[in-house]
Write a protein that binds this ligand. Structure first.
Ligand code: BGC
Length: 333
């Protein structure tokens, strides 16, 4: 062997040994450091449950998540909150599918539409993973239980509040989160049924916001322009009332147009205090999240649960706020 080939051989061997040690070192780091931390977390918990909402970054859903996380902490469950950042049916369905594929112990989600959600929910349940619908039911699916508002009744309550507050005289525009979602349809139907017998109440238009505050505001603006006779709005999802209120505040005058909205998010309460939103239908998102996790644990443990649990729903107006809390919005700015 020439001197040169010996040198090349030694160099090659050293290079090989160094690469091996790097590979072993980093391989060890990944396996023994990064992965085991996650693994340890999983192992610490009794069950792995996912909550898939229609929109992650939605203040209403953050409350559902808070409730679910509190129950998860109390009962030693790992709760993952995953789904589309902004409402998107395909992403929503894909997240449910991926959660099922990763063999979680249970899935909490909405049953937004029968057409798209029922077949998927059935497939997941048939594969042995329990599904509970939260907030929105897919009543015709094989979901094991539903916990949330009675959506028809909540729309009915909104209609009755509007009749009472407008003395049965109003030209109403409805801004709904989605034409296709079960709960939004039920809220609209409940409202329509409540006002049906009232001769002085006319529903002028029903439009969709895609649960976006910006779209709700754009639609409200357009309605006010196209239908000057509209003097009342009903917003059927959490951000609709806020979007409508922004427009009424800016381009009309607080209190000039009657607004009944949904939910009691901080912005909604601020608009109630300044007189722009007259009434809102209060749901119990935290309670839904907390109890949904408890129900899921019971199901996983083979216990029976009530198939339909309706959380409380009520109307809130300014008089229902604690007096100390009724200050005007300008004062808080
Ligand atoms: C509904 C949720 C919806 C949210 C949108 C709430 O009123 O119950 O299903 O995702 O509004 O902002």
């Amino acid at each position: 062997m020439s001197k040169l080939s010996v040198l090349a051989y030694i160099f090659g061997a050293v290079f090989f040994l160094v690469s091996c040690s790097f590979a072993i070192f980093y391989g060890y780091k990944v396996l023994s450091h990064d992965l085991p931390i996650e693994k340890k977390q999983v192992e610490k918990y009794n069950y792995h449950i996912v909550l898939v909402p229609e929109e992650l970054d939605n203040d209403y859903w953050r409350l559902v998540e808070q409730g679910a996380q509190a129950a998860a902490k109390d009962y030693g469950v790992m709760l993952e909150y995953v789904g589309p950042k902004q409402a998107n049916i395909d992403n929503h369905l894909k997240t449910i599918e991926m959660s099922a594929a990763s063999k979680v112990d249970g899935i909490l989600t909405q049953g937004l539409s029968d057409e798209q959600f029922t077949p998927l929910i059935n497939k997941v349940v048939e594969s042995g993973i329990p599904v509970i619908t939260v907030d929105t039911d897919a009543a015709n699916s094989k979901r094991l239980a539903y916990i949330g508002t009675d959506n028809y009744y909540s729309g009915f309550l909104a209609g009755k509040a509007l009749i009472q507050d407008t003395k049965g005289q109003a030209n109403v525009a409805i801004i709904t989160g989605s034409f296709y979602a079960n709960h939004q349809q039920q809220r609209v139907k409940g409202f329509q049924d409540a006002v049906q017998g009232e001769k002085g109440i006319h529903i002028i238009d029903v439009v969709e916001s895609e649960i976006s505050r910006v779209h709700a505001a754009e639609k409200a603006y357009q309605i006010i322009k196209d239908h000057p006779e509209v003097n009342a709005f009903f917003g059927t999802s959490a951000l609709d009332g806020i979007g409508i209120a922004q427009v009424v505040d800016k381009y009309v005058k607080p209190g000039k147009i009657y607004i009944v909205g949904f939910d009691a998010l901080p912005e909604t309460l601020a608009y109630i205090r300044n007189g722009t939103i007259n009434a809102t239908v209060v749901q119990e998102p935290y309670e839904m999240g907390y109890r949904a996790v408890k129900m899921m644990i019971n199901l996983i443990q083979g216990k029976t649960v009530e198939p339909i649990v309706h959380t409380n729903t009520r109307i809130m107006r300014i008089v229902d706020l604690p007096v100390s809390n009724r200050y005007r919005m300008e004062e808080s700015n």
